[in-house]
Design a protein. Structure first.
Length: 502
């Protein structure tokens, strides 16, 4: 697939008066941070540019005359032939997406006082995974990171953000850290993004503009917006910030997340995900396949030493699976299993996807390797499945052999990993053997949040956490019957805001 970034055919429209006022408020805050902490001047400039682009993209979308829906040409490639039929959805299907709602019913981190939020769990998990070898000061800075949650109204309503900001600024003045200064920039970016999203949705509901279902923005716009957005949430060392391996992982992490959230965002109107409504089907299929290839790459031992953010993709897919946000549980319960023979998704080879933004990357399909025998702990997982779920066991056992061919012998926590897999992946496979049922899919989805809140802490164990994360990432992202692939189906309906997005 070709690199995603190309020169725009024309500049975005300039912001309107309200947009310029928002940008001035943003700049006031950024100048205060820059004067005190010039070390984060690059982050500040990236924040300025991203917010300017966000303002222009929204106005372009709102004021571009509606055009006829493009006729999608039928593609007969091996990937497009296996695309699923997208389900119809309504806002009622997305109550789980609110950070105050199910399925995450208890705190994810039982030994600390933290927000009961799906985002908190994912943020803590990614940071802990990355910091096992090199502590960049990310592990325990929850009070600083709270500014990242400006976009969630429940947080703003229940926390004195003014006092908290003063506390953080005072602490920064006493004990400077580049990463805590970056947290302030992240907070300003998140607050700006939420305000511009809400402004245009309110304009839409008031009838001042009509936000169309067609998308005037390009694949390059999406890729750049998502990469820049992700730079704020997954801060890497300066020496790695602009390496292509890092940027590829950022983009594909957002692709995985978008494949789930885009159905909600087609309803709520969030700009950065709206691309999927209109992107060519073949391009969507290539992005999804690249994400699967990167998850496989992330299961390999050699994938991790070079970069601090190398666990980002695997920890993201596990977080989605254990908070009920993964399409594996939401859209993946379909009647019957797809055939495993000659499956191009099973046979996708691991790929770091370096160059996906610039020079492009080549996806290879070849027979997948399989381990001749399972290591002791993996064999125990197989034995438990054979005893309790004999119909699912042949599939489960074959996937364990394929995983160990990539990963090598597995040395994880057998008890907790089995409990998670039993109530997520195996439950979904078992459910797919019966008649299709939205209610059954929701049961698996809600229980995934419960088992996640019960066992999330095991993924932080310094001895077994990374092993468990690698296996869960493989099962949630790559293992047949490809529930993740089912998330590539998308059918936009009407546009309406919700409690979370305004």
């Amino acid at each position: 697939m070709e690199g995603a970034l190309h020169l725009a055919p024309h500049p975005f429209l300039s912001p309107d008066e309200e947009g310029y006022a928002r940008l001035r408020r943003l700049d006031d805050g950024l100048r205060v941070i820059e004067a005190a902490f010039p070390q984060v001047s690059t982050d500040i400039e990236v924040c300025r540019l991203t917010c300017m682009m966000l303002e222009g993209a929204w106005r372009e979308r709102a004021l571009t005359p509606p055009r006829e829906q493009r006729q999608t040409t039928v593609c007969d490639c091996s990937l497009c032939r296996r695309l699923p039929t997208p389900p119809a959805r309504t806002p009622a299907d997305y109550g789980w997406r609110q950070s105050a709602g199910r399925p995450l019913t208890v705190k994810t981190w039982p030994y600390h006082r933290e927000l009961d939020s799906v985002l908190t769990g994912g943020w803590v998990l990614a940071r802990k995974m990355n910091d096992l070898e090199r502590d960049l000061g990310h592990r325990h800075r929850f009070e600083d990171d709270i500014l990242l949650f400006h976009e969630y109204k429940r947080v703003i309503d229940t926390i004195d953000t003014t006092h908290l900001t003063q506390l953080i600024e005072g602490r920064l003045a006493e004990n400077f850290s580049t990463n805590t200064a970056r947290a302030l920039v992240c907070g300003l970016y998140a607050a700006h993004k939420r305000s511009v999203d809400e402004y245009w949705l309110q304009q839409h509901h008031a009838g001042s503009v009509v936000l169309p279902q067609t998308n005037p923005l390009s694949q390059s716009t999406y890729s750049l917006l998502q990469m820049m957005d992700c730079l704020f949430w997954h801060v890497s060392p300066d020496t790695e910030l602009w390496q292509e391996e890092h940027l590829a992982s950022l983009l594909l992490c957002r692709v995985v997340d978008d494949m789930v959230d885009v159905r909600a965002d087609a309803l709520t109107g969030e700009i950065s995900n709206f691309w999927l409504a209109d992107l060519p089907t073949h391009t969507k299929a290539l992005y999804a396949a690249a994400a699967i290839a990167l998850i496989k790459y992330g299961c390999m031992p050699e994938a991790h030493p070079p970069m601090w953010n190398s666990w980002l993709q695997t920890s993201t897919i596990v977080w989605l699976g254990l908070t009920g946000r993964h399409a594996l549980w939401f859209d993946g319960i379909t009647q019957g299993l797809p055939p495993a023979q000659d499956c191009p998704l099973c046979d996708l080879q691991p790929n770091a996807c370096t160059g996906i933004l610039t020079d492009g990357t080549t996806l290879t399909i070849a027979p997948r390797p399989t381990a001749p025998a399972l290591s002791p702990r993996t064999a125990e997982l197989s034995a438990r499945c054979r005893a309790q779920y004999p119909e699912t066991w042949p599939l489960f056992d074959a996937e364990l052999h394929a995983f160990e061919a990539l990963h090598g012998p597995w040395h994880g926590n057998t008890d907790s990993t089995w409990e998670i897999l039993r109530r997520t992946y195996i439950a979904a496979v078992e459910a797919s053997r019966a008649a299709s049922s939205t209610a059954r899919a929701r049961q698996v989805q809600e229980d995934s949040g419960v088992v996640g809140s019960e066992f999330y802490y095991t993924l932080h164990d310094p001895d077994t956490g990374r092993e468990d994360t690698a296996l869960l990432a493989y099962m949630f992202g790559c293992a047949h019957p490809h529930f993740l692939w089912n998330a590539t189906g998308h059918r936009p309906t009407h546009l309406a805001g919700d409690w979370l997005d305004g």
